[in-house]
Design a protein around this ligand. Sequence first.
Ligand SMILES: NC(=O)c1ccc[n+]([C@@H]2O[C@H](COP(=O)([O-])OP(=O)(O)OC[C@H]3O[C@@H](n4cnc5c(N)ncnc54)[C@H](OP(=O)(O)O)[C@@H]3O)[C@@H](O)[C@H]2O)c1
Length: 331
Amino acid sequence: MKALVLTSPGQIELKEVPTPTLSAGKALVKIKATALNRRDDWIREGKYPNIKFGGILGSDGAGVVESVHEDSDQSWVGKDVIINPNIDWGPDLDIQSGKYTILGMPVNGTFAEYVVVPVDRLHHKPFHLDFLQASALPLGGLTAFRALFRKGGLRAGQNVLISGFGGGVAQFAFLFAKAAGANVYVSSGSDEKIEKALKLGAKGAYNYKKHVNYEELWKTKGGFDLVIDSAGGDQLNNFIKMLRPQGKIVFYGATNGLPSKIDLYRMFWNQLSLVGTTMGSDHEFNEMLAFVSQHQIRPLVDSIRPFSRIVESFGDITRPNKVGKIVFQVG
Ligand SMILES: NC(=O)c1ccc[n+]([C@@H]2O[C@H](COP(=O)([O-])OP(=O)(O)OC[C@H]3O[C@@H](n4cnc5c(N)ncnc54)[C@H](OP(=O)(O)O)[C@@H]3O)[C@@H](O)[C@H]2O)c1
């Protein structure tokens, strides 16, 4: 089969590899569609723990179950599925186990014509999504769902700021928060993306590259109950200024690195919380799928490409005008 392999530091190659074989408790899925995440590029760049050369990348995938090991439920065979990329989250909803990892490194992932996964990673594909849309959902959808609801405690009517609307996870946070009845605002470094967010129902937006006086900018909105961010860096202090008393910043990444200082005075006086989160439990994956089906949410897709173009497409992960996921038709 064809698969995208990390061959050496910084090098990925679409090459012929043996089709994986079944072992106890596993299912073989024929991948119909897969999608890129920033994580894949971090791994290519060597900025991730436990990197294994020769491994197949890819955390997101949707397809059809080809076969299931004889010890497991055969009724999955022939079913349209999406794959939960969590490996060994464990039983505690609050924190992943020490064995936790994500499909696509070090475990072989979904950038392949076939993948073998534990049978309990299979979920029925949401009926309203085609394979391409469904493949965009798992990693970003799960991360956004936990950040907003479990960690952020978002409720209808609250003001939420989704920072960096152009991000893959941020766009799910935007869609989910809107579906939950929140007043959703966004920031972006691109006016084009801001325009798109406003068209999709954002109540307001600002360009973080142009506006520096955030406090003034948001005074009229009454402040935010919740900010969702993955950029980090010194703008954290702007978020602290924009929060209402008791507000929360939930962050799932630090693309721009660490802040040089944090305004702790304002944080303790206003009873603010800075909360970290990562991916989500299996329980939240189920909840996220139910939420997506209930609200008929469709992921935003930047482009659909043939699988043969996956290597060159890595260069587009950080393309400034990208809105939505880059998705590949595999089978
Ligand atoms: N912990 C987890 O479980 C988890 C899961 C998924 C992702 N992540 C991490 O979260 C980060 C984002 O992931 P992703 O997949 O959403 O990546 P992505 O699709 O590449 O999104 C990156 C986005 O970050 C935004 N950004 C850059 N600088 C910013 C700034 N100063 N202020 C606000 N936004 C800024 C940009 O938004 P605009 O284009 O709108 O300016 C950009 O589109 C990465 O570091 C990733 O590794 C963590």
